[in-house]
Structures are given as C-alpha cells and as structure tokens.
Write a protein that binds this ligand. Structure first.
Ligand code: SIN
Length: 325
C-alpha cells in the first residue's frame, strides 16, 4: 500500500507575498495555496521518498486572526486523514503568531488513539514565500523528515531545524527565523540534512490527556474565556467590566486566565475583582508572565487555581476545553 503524507494549509507567512523580494516585514500573509507551496520545493519528491503527498487548503488566514471556526475545521480534517490506514502523518502549514495555540489545541482534542500512532507536524516561516531567501521551503522539508520518522508521535512543531512539543513551544522572537523556543523543557530534536536527531522521546506527551469528544467541537460558540494581565498600576476595572458585560448575546463569560507576575502572584486590586468574578461562578486560573518555569504552589496560593505550567494563552485553551466538557 502506497503511504501518504497529508499537507493541510492554514495560511501564514509561509504562504505570504510581497512585491519586494528583499522585504521580510511588509508583506501580506496567507496568499499562496498549500499545493502551490509544495510545487515550489524542487527536492520535495526526494524528501517524500516512498510517500505520496496529498494536500488540502483548510483555511487561508494570517494567524493573528485565527478563530475557533478555523480550529474546528482543522481538527475535523486532521481526524479525517489520520483515521485512514494509508496516511502516516499530517503536516500543517500555519502562521507563526498563534502556531503554539493551534498546536496545543490539537494536542488536546485529537483522539489519543490517533496521536499514539501518528504525528501531526505543524510548520511555518518567518519570511514570506516571495522573499529572496525564504525559510518556508526548508521548514517544509524538515517537517517532512519529522513526519516520516518512525519515532514521531503526537502534535509537534518544526521550525528552523528544531522539533518542539505542542505543550512547551512558544514564539519568543518577532523577527528572527529561529523564532521558537521550548523553554526549560528544551526541544525534542533537531533536523540535520534531512535526518532527525531526537534528544527526547515523544512517547509521554499524551499521557493523562483525555481528549474531548469531537462532537463537542460542533457547537457554534465555544466557552468564552478571557486573558487579563497583572501589572504595576493595574486596577480591577477590566475584570469588573468583563463581569458587568458577562453576557454577550446568549453567551456567558465562563472563565478568566490571569497572567500573573513571577510565581503567579496577582496585584491586590485585581485580586478583589477576580474574587468577585469567582463568586459569580466565573472560573479563574492563574498563569505567569514569566516565559520559563512553572508556578510553584505554596501556602496561600490556593485562592485561584494555577495553570500547571501552561502559558496564559495555552491556559486559556485548557480552561475553555474544560468548560466544554
Ligand atoms: C501569521 O502568523 O500568520 C503571520 C506571521 C507569521 O506567520 O510569521
């Protein structure tokens, strides 16, 4: 049976175009279709080896504008393809700006029985396809190498020759091509001349994850969870405004993630407002503005749950999915 790799296009800079080949900033993201991107990589056939490529455009967005409807569509198409016996892996081309959110979301909703057997590899670019030195084609080739690796499992991110897990990866730089980092956890591996050198195994990343049934994603509106920031001079005004307007249409505010200072600490004025929100039944979760490490529980930290090491944007997804359950 001929094995397949499926490429799902979501847009991003990897599909971006500018009139000027030397311009890596003023371009329009999400212009080129995934099939066209694949066709522009001369050595793709060799990289695919005995795999056949299939491609589908699921969305075409600048990922800063990513929404829940695109996530729903992506999850459904990923499950569709991963369920096929002759599909070994799915590669997703995506913008860098919210890539870590999409990767984390997929890692939480795709059925565990698929993730234990196959890989979903997200890749991207920091320079548009029109650049005189684009990084997208190499990232695509590296993603193919990872997707074909027999050790690849679960949801992975490949950028600048580095393989990251969905849980730990974070965009840390607005411009350089090596824009992602896995913090203290470190990367899972590296792609060197088409060969993947794993430094950690993928095996355990889905343990303890209970994926939510896919039919739960079909509801029109997903739970409403906001992120607020604790900072010098903050008041409780934003949280109070959210609580005052906590019903938008038919939807109620379900949760607030507070990006706290240091060890998830929160300004006392913000605490007062969050306490009131919690009394209204709104779930409150503390995360940290720090990009490394995880909140360490201690005496007195129990008033608001903490995010178990998730960044604020990933804690928002985890809380939203929890409310969906
Ligand atoms: C985007 O996230 O879609 C635009 C920026 C990028 O891909 O680098």
């Amino acid at each position: 049976m001929l094995k397949k790799l499926v490429f799902l296009g979501m847009g991003g800079t990897i599909a971006g175009m500018s009139d000027n080949a030397t311009d890596n900033v003023d371009y329009v993201a999400a212009q080129v279709g995934v099939t066209q991107l694949l066709g522009a990589i001369p050595s793709l056939k060799a990289a695919l080896g005995d795999h056949q490529a299939l491609s589908e455009q699921v969305a075409q967005v600048d990922s800063k504008d990513m929404g829940h409807s695109q996530w729903r569509a992506l999850a459904l198409r990923a499950v569709h393809y991963l369920s096929m016996a002759d599909v070994d892996a799915v590669v997703i081309t995506h913008g860098t700006d919210t890539l870590e959110e999409t990767a984390f979301f997929l890692s939480k909703v795709l059925p565990v029985e698929l993730l234990v057997a196959k890989a979903v590899v997200l890749t991207c670019a920091m320079r548009p396809a029109s650049s005189m030195a684009p990084d997208g084609p190499q990232n695509m080739l590296d993603a193919v190498a990872v997707a074909r690796s027999s050790d690849a499992r679960g949801v992975l991110v490949v950028c600048a020759g580095t393989v990251h897990s969905a849980r730990d990866v974070q965009k840390v730089h607005p411009y350089r091509v090596n824009a992602f980092d896995s913090g203290e956890a470190g990367p899972l591996g590296f792609v060197e001349e088409g060969v993947v050198r794993w430094v950690h195994r993928c095996e355990n990343f889905w343990v303890g994850i209970s994926a939510i049934p896919m039919n739960k994603l079909s509801v029109e509106s997903w739970p409403w969870v906001e992120v607020v920031l604790s900072h010098a001079g903050v008041t409780g005004a934003v949280v109070r405004a959210l609580c005052d307007g906590s019903r938008v249409g038919t939807q109620l505010l379900g949760g607030i993630v507070v990006a706290g200072t240091g060890n998830g600490t929160v300004h006392e004025d913000l605490v007062l407002a969050l306490r009131d929100a919690q009394k209204m039944g709104i779930r409150v979760v503390r995360s940290t503005r720090c990009t490394q490490g995880s909140i360490v529980s201690g005496a007195g930290g129990g008033e608001f749950a903490h995010s178990n090491g998730l960044s604020p944007v990933k804690a928002r997804i985890a809380l939203m999915l929890d409310l969906m359950r």
